[in-house]
Design a protein around this ligand. Structure first.
Ligand SMILES: Cc1cc2nc3c(=O)[nH]c(=O)nc-3n(C[C@H](O)[C@H](O)[C@H](O)COP(=O)(O)O)c2cc1C
Length: 347
């Protein structure tokens, strides 16, 4: 099984560095790919121009396989009533900072995978393309496959894994509840369907024929071995790379990861409108980590952006998404190549 995945993706080690939008760019991806794993470039928040530049940078710095990652959510209609209610909830914080909630500046939004992105990718033909929140339309999938990319996507339930296999995924990432960042859930919004990796992985493996990659809470070589014992063809690891020098993790995020607060994570929809796991901070404590007032993904983040940047400029992560999984035990401030070797049991 491991050989099947390594052969399919052209990698030496069964370690995939999880794409992590907002905390890394090509530098981390290149370091992991050059170390024999699969480095990933998160593209959900990149403009077309930045995407071109990052892909060119990868091409210049490695001839090993790499992964590019996109979101597949449906773009929501703007709901002005909901947006006003959300801003009203945030108003006391704006006032405390002496800011006007009506003047929220533009910020880069998470844009779903579309034909313009496909036009850019076609020139670079990335070896692997991974998706979160399902898969793009069959027309776009056909384009991606036509230029030779292997396609991965995250499943958080057995039903999602079967759906992904049926719609053309070449391998499935089983995302356990321990995982940092957004839940990849796309068939149901019911959080009671979300389970830990040891409950999810064997059931997904029994249900599909394609290789299954384990994600969530894996932070050392024993975790990698445990996933393999349960039948995983490889692992996708995110949180463990957050302190690497090649990651662009912010100062407040790094400080939280180094403090005891890293032991307190929760699923929250406050920062984007979709549930994601992060370190519990003031906003999550005040409004409850899950709050129905948060606008639909990805719009919740717009009204929060000014608060976040003001707080961060004062050294506070009170309004920042501090994405983090449940297991930070392997987070090391070491180069990503060395960390990859450690995770693979080679160092
Ligand atoms: C900071 C952070 C950002 C993330 N951003 C993305 C992303 O942009 N795309 C994606 O597919 N997954 C994203 N994820 C989820 C990962 O793909 C993966 O499921 C998770 O990192 C695995 O669990 P772990 O963090 O415990 O290793 C993110 C995770 C973290 C920690």
């Amino acid at each position: 099984m491991n050989e099947r995945l390594s052969e399919m993706l052209g990698i030496e080690l069964p370690i995939i560095q999880a794409p992590m939008a907002g905390v890394q760019g090509s530098e981390l991806a290149v370091a992991v790919s050059n170390a024999g794993g699969l480095g990933s470039l998160p593209c959900a928040m990149l403009s077309l121009d930045s995407l071109r530049k990052e892909l060119a940078a990868i091409g210049d710095r490695t001839d090993r396989p790499y992964n590019v990652n996109f979101f597949c959510h449906a773009t929501p209609e703007f709901d002005s009533k909901r947006d006003s209610a959300w801003r009203a909830l945030l108003e006391p914080y704006y006032k405390a900072y002496g800011m006007d909630p009506a003047h929220a500046p533009e910020m880069p939004q998470r844009v779903p995978f579309g034909s313009q992105v496909a036009d850019v990718l076609e020139r670079f033909r990335p070896p692997v393309v991974s998706f979160h929140f399902g898969l793009p339309s069959s027309r776009l999938m056909a384009r991606v496959k036509a230029w030779g990319s292997k396609v991965l996507s995250s499943a958080t339930t057995v039903e999602e894994a079967c759906w992904l296999e049926k719609h053309g995924a070449d391998a499935i990432i089983a995302q356990g509840l321990e995982a940092g960042g957004h839940r990849g859930m796309f068939l149901s919004a019911d959080l009671s369907s979300q389970v830990g990796i040891f409950a999810l992985l064997p059931r997904v493996i029994a249900a599909v024929r394609v290789p299954v990659i384990a994600a969530g809470g894996i932070s050392d070589v024993r975790g990698v071995a445990a996933a393999k014992t349960l039948g995983a063809a490889g692992v996708q690891i995110g949180t463990t790379y957050l302190l690497c020098p090649e990651a662009t993790t912010s100062a407040v995020h790094r400080a939280a990861l180094r403090s005891e607060s890293r032991d307190h994570t929760a699923l929250t929809n406050l920062f984007t409108g979709r549930p994601a796991r992060g370190i519990v901070n003031r906003l999550m404590r005040d409004l409850g980590p899950i709050n129905d007032a948060a606008p639909a993904f990805p719009l919740a983040g717009v009204a929060l952006a000014p608060l976040r940047s003001r707080a961060e400029s004062l050294g506070s992560g009170d309004f920042s998404p501090l994405w983090c999984g449940q297991n930070t035990s392997g987070c090391l401030e070491k180069p990503a190549a060395l960390l990859t070797q450690i995770l693979a049991g080679r160092a």
